[in-house]
Design a protein. Sequence first.
Length: 269
Amino acid sequence: MTNNPNLTSFPYPSPELYALTRNTSVTFVPDTLLWWPSYSYRQESGLGFIGDDFFYSDNKFGVRYFVPRDCVLASPEKARQADALPDDGDLDAKVLKMSERFAPEDWKVDTLQRFVKNGGTKTLTGVIHFSKNTEGPPSFVHGGATFTAFDQIVGVMVHYYAHQAPHMTLNLTIHYRKPMPLGTTQFFHLRIARTDGRKVFVDGCIFDPSLAFEDESGDSSEEPLDVAQWDFSSDTPIPAKYIRAKVEGTFYRLSGVEYLEQNRKESRL
């Protein structure tokens, strides 16, 4: 496994990232602890990948994730123990290491159940940086890059709250409200709206706290949204005036055994 707990680089210093670190409703979790990274640890996983990862390659995106402070379902100690397991290049051993790192242990299940029982909302918040490699119209992010970003970060959220059970995207609908300036760092806030059997229904947005202040009525007395104070663990939606793009969609849970067996089979072709 990589020594860097984050899979993407991020601009430094970042006022946006610093604002989220000061928010007491959420806490930072590196993506190598956040979800089953089958799309991230390509060489390490040994699950049959033959190309470059579309999201993580070419430094197109930089992302940092925050989860509700009372619903941290990750264990750095467990990850270190998993990393120490030998694999010698063997596929079964590699899968075991990943399973050890992300296994749905009793304490994770109990933490999530307690969080929901106490009225918590399954959310994922963070910051995402769109590099110059995502350009579409001059000086703006390509709409397809925005779609890719949503598919990635929403998928991370779904896997996280499903204790890493594999899911696939059934549909995503993106509502583009304001152009995304190239080379900027934006905030995102996502939630699991409901579940129905194997289906998980999601919604959320990419937002800019200063957008209303800059672009709406021109009333200079209107203050930007205070990201450091906003309660991201609640069900309160981000006000529409700050939103650059919205997403809603459905994910479908696969059989874990069938998913792994298919990857094992294809990796040996």
